[in-house]
Structures are given as structure tokens and as C-alpha cells.
Design a protein around this ligand. Structure first.
Ligand code: DGL
Length: 353
């Protein structure tokens, strides 16, 4: 009897010792928005022919039983759309939900599943406006879960493990695709037909391998907790539009965008954000009418626009987007212009974020 009791006590002690491990599992919320990671096709041989935004978040979670080993995971279906249809209203709604969750004591990290087309814009927006040190990880996939060698399962498992890890705190919004840990500020979709689709022009921050993060560098630009922008104080975004620079370009698009009410135009220029000679007068006119002109570069692997190099920005009162690609420049301009219309202030913001 005594032996039986002591055996029971031993078993009970073992059980109690295991309890903290259970209790200590971080809480991760997955906010699902659609995209290929929730896509489905009719045929395993089709990796590019399928419908995005079909699979609900609970099914995505149920499809990866090992998630429960790293975190207590729950999902919310915020949207179910292809990300090319994201609007400013979607951005605002998502960011407000992320910020509200980040304030909750029972949330340790947040994952956002997203279509890859505008993933880089959402990640940068959240990086600018959500005030938290808790890990926020945006993730997508290049192949639907119904295709051979689908990448969504591992990408999502990595995203959850990163969101659950203490060492991912304070590093700004992260994007985990193809085992890389990229900054939401820097990362961009560089190719649309490979699983190695996302790259940062200045390199990834690290790698996530078998549930462990390996960091190599930290973001140098202001983000999340250090940002002067706060989603709790932003309810609308001003109209910021993009016009593309190319050979034989005219000024029609720029003038039309301004006539439709654009408060700022991102010039997606060639090279160093260059402006064709026959477009310069239109951009000077529009600046005179109060429209902010922001020169960026559409050079794919990393444009880098310098002030007063190709164009006399000081004289024309134009801005440069620094190393931000046109779509990221749109996000920063819209956020910044909720606070100031002063071009010197706006340029400071473009250097700092
Ligand atoms: N239409 C695309 C989107 O939702 C699907 C592409 C993807 O998620 O990879 O962004």
C-alpha cells in the first residue's frame, strides 16, 4: 500500500512538474485575410491555377497539428480576399485589430496570413502604426495547399513559432517566407513564380530553422514602439497615388490623378527616380497647387533615390522616397500626411522610417 501511495505521489509530482510547461505556452492569434495561403485548386499538379482566399482560418490551423507544440493558437477570419483587392479601409481595420490584440495580456504574438501581392504594403503599414514590442508576423505562400510541394504549411508553422518567441520582440513587423526572417519595412515580392519570392534589398534579418530563430542584424529605421504614428489616432488615410515612369512617358497620368484629388503622387521613376524632361513642368505645376511630389524608383532589386542628384528637389520642393519602392512610399506618405503637410517634415519622415 505504501509503495502504491508513493508511486501515486511520484506520478502526481511528475504531472505537476509538467504543468508549467503547458501553462507557459505563449498565446498566438492568427488573423486571416485570405490570399494563396488560403487558396485551393482542383488539381495537385496546379501550383499557379487555383482560387485564392478559399480556406477558412480554423482549417488552416487544424492542418498543422504541430502548432500546438509551440503555442496556444486561435484564429480570427478578418477578411477572405485576394490581397490585390486590399484597400486603405482594409489596412485600417486590420491594424486596429492588431493593436487591440497586442494590448491584451493573454496575447503574446500575432500572425497575419495574407496574399503575397500586397503583403509588403500591409507589413510596412503595421510596422509604422502599431505600438507594441510583441512579435507581429505577416506570412503568405506562393502555392495553394492543394498543390504539390505547397509552401504555406511550413511558412505558417514558422510564423507561429516566430510570433511565440521572446527573441522576436521589439524587432518590428516581420515577414517569414522561405525560412527567412525579413523586416516588414524592407521586404518586397521580387518574383511571382518561385517560392523564393520575397527579398529585402539589404538582406534578411535572420533565418528560422526548425522552430529556432537565428538573427544576423536588426532594423535601423524607426518602427512600432518607436514610431510617432499610432493607429489608435488614425481613422482615414489621404489619397496618395502612384504614376509610373518609362520611356515615351507623358504627363497625362499625373494630371489625371491630381484632378481626381490625389494629395500626393509617388513618381515611380526610372533609375534614381528620374523625371522625364516633358513631365517636369507638370510636376512643378502640381506642386504649386499643393500636391506633394515624391520621387521613388521602380528599380526592382532596390532603388535608392538621392535628393538633388538628378533633379533640384530643394528648388522644386519635391520629396524623395529614399530606398522605399513606390508601393511602400505610398504607405509612408499616407501615414505621414495624417500628421503633417510640411514638406521638410515629410522628408525627415522619409529618412527616418
Ligand atoms: N491574388 C494573390 C493575392 O492574394 C494571390 C497571390 C498570393 O497570395 O501569393 O495576393
Amino acid at each position: 500500500m505504501n509503495r502504491f501511495i508513493s508511486r501515486c505521489l511520484l506520478v502526481a509530482a511528475g504531472f505537476l512538474a509538467a504543468l508549467p510547461a503547458f501553462a507557459a505556452k505563449p498565446n498566438v492569434v492568427i488573423l486571416a485575410t485570405g490570399g494563396t495561403i488560403a487558396g485551393a485548386g482542383a488539381d495537385v499538379a496546379k501550383s499557379a491555377t487555383y482560387q485564392a482566399a478559399k480556406v477558412p482560418v480554423d482549417k488552416l490551423i487544424a492542418g498543422i497539428p504541430t502548432l500546438a507544440d509551440v503555442a496556444q493558437v486561435r484564429g480570427e477570419q478578418v477578411f477572405q480576399i485576394a490581397s490585390e483587392s486590399f484597400t486603405n479601409e482594409h489596412l485600417l481595420k486590420l491594424a486596429k485589430r492588431v493593436a487591440a490584440l497586442a494590448k491584451q495580456a493573454d496575447v503574446d504574438g500575432i500572425v497575419i496570413t495574407h496574399g503575397t501581392d500586397t503583403l509588403e504594403e500591409t507589413a510596412y503599414f503595421l510596422n509604422l502604426v502599431v505600438h507594441t514590442a510583441k512579435p507581429i508576423v505577416v506570412v503568405g505562400s506562393m502555392r495553394p495547399g492543394t498543390a504539390m510541394s505547397a509552401d504555406g504549411m511550413l511558412n505558417l508553422a514558422n510564423a507561429v513559432s516566430v510570433a511565440a518567441s521572446a527573441d522576436a520582440r521589439g524587432k518590428g513587423v516581420l515577414v517569414t517566407m522561405n525560412d527567412e526572417l525579413n523586416s516588414g519595412r524592407d521586404v518586397s515580392k521580387m518574383v511571382n513564380i518561385k517560392t523564393e519570392a520575397f527579398k529585402s534589398p539589404w538582406g534578411p534579418l535572420g533565418m528560422v530553422v526548425e522552430g529556432k530563430n537565428y538573427w544576423f542584424r536588426l532594423p535601423a529605421k524607426r518602427h512600432t514602439v518607436d514610431s510617432e504614428f499610432d493607429i489608435e489616432k488614425i481613422d482615414t488615410l489621404p489619397a496618395v497615388e502612384i504614376a509610373y515612369g518609362h520611356g515615351n512617358v507623358g504627363d497625362t497620368a499625373y494630371r489625371a490623378l491630381a484632378a481626381k484629388g490625389a494629395k500626393a503622387i509617388i513618381h515611380a521613376g526610372t533609375g534614381n527616380g528620374s523625371v522625364a524632361a516633358n513631365v517636369v513642368p507638370a510636376l512643378r505645376d502640381l506642386r504649386g497647387q499643393g500636391v506633394q511630389i515624391i520621387r521613388s524608383s521602380h528599380v526592382n532589386a532596390g532603388g535608392f533615390v538621392l535628393r538633388n542628384a538628378e533633379q533640384p528637389d530643394d528648388k522644386y520642393d519635391w520629396l524623395v522616397a529614399h530606398d522605399l519602392n513606390p508601393q511602400k512610399a505610398r504607405i509612408l506618405a499616407a501615414v505621414a500626411m495624417t500628421k503633417t503637410q510640411d514638406s521638410k517634415e515629410l522628408q525627415r519622415i522619409f529618412w527616418e522610417y
